[in-house]
Design a protein. Structure first.
Length: 383
């Protein structure tokens, strides 16, 4: 986080000419696809259901191997997924009480990261431990704080949409996607790509209604009109009614999309009514270059007045959203491959919203010449 974030941010309409970043910002501008996620935020790394009692699971953030441990009693904790002895993954070990024991020589580590037992050494000769990560389990997600642990308590925890509201039913979804996280942000923010989804959605004409541009947030608002094709049943479930292509339904609803770094949200509402759909989503980098990510999404749909109707039709909604996500996944992976083939970012962006978003991701992320050295296990393990 830099002092430049406090400077005035231009309105979206003034987010520069419609051209490449190099032309818009100068030849020395950093390629956005080389900018890494700021680790000083809370990121989910696993779903709660993936980690059973008395078990471990291997996860990852930006090339950092992390083991999650769920004791039979007590909360989940997170450690560096390497034994200090021979660097064997602790996730291959076993849970003993509130500790994880390496599968190789039996070295054991508590939730503080300290080595608490080596079977063939006395208690006074125990070696250094491993890094520990601040960890929280909320609404079916297991979060870690992969950055500076001293900042964990003061860094706001993300608001997870409407997942805790009983008026909504929530789908938890996500897969691994082989692309830089910025492609995912751009894909969701730019509703002009509905052209690609015409097979699933019918022909939809988006109208950009305006937006906001702040130091760590970009917002875009849209309305839509159907100009061809039929309403898919998945969309019928979201709005709770069948809609045709008549003017009666054109531009009736407002979709608001935000990147509130590093998270994204999408809400659809009609007038002053509560949102009919509320999406919270984040793209967690997996490799050290941040060129692959794991998606964690919470898609909440407002329950209709007819009890049980949403549950009965839920499989239709799951199928619909799966097809949309599959199309998005294919296209962003093609974008990533083009970046590799061309040796860098050659995009000619014409939509000011996306230029504003790209600027946000660049200024809020970690640029190649500003990467902080990793803390050693000795400094991370609790005394």
């Amino acid at each position: 986080m830099t002092d430049s974030l406090t400077n005035a941010i231009p309105p979206i309409a003034d987010a520069g000419p419609r051209c490449s970043d190099a032309t818009r910002l100068g030849e020395d501008v950093v390629d956005l696809r080389r900018v890494k996620c700021d680790p000083d935020y809370w990121y989910p790394v696993a779903w709660s259901h993936e980690l059973k009692k008395g078990k471990t699971i291997a996860t990852r953030f930006a090339g950092q191997p992390i083991v999650l441990v769920r004791p039979q009693e007590g909360s989940v904790f997170a450690l560096e997924d390497r034994c200090a002895h021979r660097q064997v993954p602790l996730s291959k070990g076993r849970v003993e009480g509130e500790a994880v024991q390496c599968c190789y020589h039996g070295w054991a580590y508590g939730r503080s990261g300290r080595c608490i037992d080596v079977p063939y050494l006395g208690k006074g000769k125990l070696p250094n431990g491993v890094r520990t990560y601040p960890c929280r389990e909320v609404e079916g997600l297991i979060f870690v704080f992969p950055g500076d642990p001293a900042k964990a308590e003061t860094t706001p925890f993300p608001k997870l949409g409407s997942v805790a509201d009983p008026a909504y039913k929530t789908r938890r979804f996500g897969e691994h996607v082989n692309c830089h996280y910025s492609f995912m942000h751009e894909n969701l923010m730019d509703m002009n790509h509905q052209f690609m989804h015409s097979k699933q959605m019918g022909k939809m004409k988006p109208r950009y209604l305006g937006g906001e541009n702040e130091p760590r947030m970009v917002e875009a608002r849209y309305s839509f009109a159907r100009v061809g094709g039929k309403q898919p049943w998945g969309e019928t479930l979201i709005f709770g009614e069948r809609r045709d292509a008549s003017a009666k339904y054109a531009h009736r609803d407002v979709m608001t999309i935000r990147t509130e770094y590093p998270y994204q949200t999408l809400r659809i509402r009609t007038g002053d009514e509560p949102p009919v759909m509320d999406l919270w989503i984040v793209y967690v980098p997996q490799d050290k270059d941040h060129l692959s990510c794991r998606v964690f999404g919470l898609l909440s749909i407002r329950r209709p007045k007819l009890k049980g109707a949403l549950e009965l039709a839920w499989p239709l909604l799951v199928g619909f959203t799966n097809r949309i996500f599959a199309e998005d996944r294919e296209i962003v992976e093609l974008e990533q491959q083009a970046w590799r083939d061309l040796g860098g970012d050659r995009n000619q962006e014409v939509f000011p919203v996306i230029n504003a978003l790209r600027d946000l991701l660049r200024r809020a992320g970690i640029q190649p010449d500003a990467e902080a050295p990793e803390a050693s296990p000795e400094t991370q393990a609790a005394e």
